[in-house]
Design a binder for this molecule. Structure first.
Ligand SMILES: Nc1ncnc2c1ncn2[C@@H]1O[C@H](COP(=O)(O)OP(=O)(O)OP(=O)(O)O)[C@@H](O)[C@H]1O
Ligand SMILES: [Mg+2]
Length: 247
């Protein structure tokens, strides 16, 4: 990718951050073939929060990984603003991930020997226009845990450090794969609150995978998957706060 900033469309119509067309993914393991994606056409609009719902094996993580440049489709196209991601080589994809994408996974993968602040600073040191690490931790309501090591934090707090780490470089896109999967509902709500806060304050286009249909009420749009296809797209007229979700 060249180093120019993404080009936004003229104002008036929603700006599309990421779009896929005819995306398919076939995994071949020995003799076994799995069709993980069977033609996905989807647009993610700038600043929106989209929830991906669907049963296990329906292709949610496969799609998220392709959107984030971690994996390549078998066929079809992904565009990021005016750039065709699927034409990128490995090094351009690496730059795309580094400059524009924040990931949050079920497991936090923090560095145990570094404090919360240091875990976040590790990322901001190599970013072009990062948030201050303490500010990033403030966004996820961890102002009072900056000097704690991961072992001194609860699971939910560790996940919020992971979110702060993901967004401290001000990515255009935040991709979350089951971020509350390992957490109880009370802790999960704090994590969802942190994601919502980032989405609102920074305008980061956010996709969030969950098994929990209740979480869908905090989204602008809900995309449901089944067997490698999109089976439904729902627009929420209002977004709930995480605290209002019926878990
Ligand atoms: N690296 C891989 N190699 C081979 N098959 C894979 C690979 N990754 C995923 N699959 C298969 O592709 C299909 C879609 O998997 P994917 O992980 O995208 O589903 P998912 O919707 O995220 O499921 P879950 O909710 O369980 O995380 C599954 O049948 C899975 O077994
Ligand atoms: Mg998955």
């Amino acid at each position: 990718m060249d180093q120019t900033a993404p080009v936004a469309a003229p104002t008036g119509s929603p700006v599309v951050t990421l779009a896929t067309r005819g995306l398919t993914k076939l995994y071949r393991t020995g003799e076994v073939e799995v069709q993980a994606l069977r033609g996905i056409d989807l647009e993610l609009f700038e600043g929106e929060l989209v929830v991906f719902l669907g049963p296990s094996g329906s292709g949610k993580s496969t799609l998220l990984n392709i959107l984030g440049g971690l994996d390549q489709p078998t066929a079809g196209e992904v565009t990021f603003y005016d750039q065709v991601l699927t034409s990128y080589g490995e090094s351009a994809l690496t730059r795309y991930r580094r400059d524009y994408v924040g990931f949050v996974f079920q497991f936090y993968n923090l560095i145990p020997s570094l404090t919360a602040l240091e875990n976040v600073a590790l990322v901001t040191e190599i970013a072009q226009a990062p948030l201050d690490p303490a500010e990033a931790l403030g966004l996820v309501a961890l102002d009072d845990r900056l000097d704690h090591f991961p072992a001194q934090l609860s699971g939910g707090e560790q996940q919020r450090v992971a979110i702060a780490r993901a967004i401290a470089k001000r990515p255009k896109v935040l991709l979350c794969d089951e971020p509350t999967g390992a957490l109880d509902s009370k802790t999960g709500i704090l994590v969802l609150r942190a994601i919502q806060q980032v989405n609102r304050e920074l305008g980061t286009t956010t996709a969030l995978i969950t098994h929990n249909a209740a979480i869908a009420d905090m989204a602008d749009r809900v995309v449901s998957f089944g067997d490698g296809r999109i089976v439904e797209v729902r627009v929420n007229s209002e977004r709930c706060d995480p605290e209002e979700l019926q878990w």
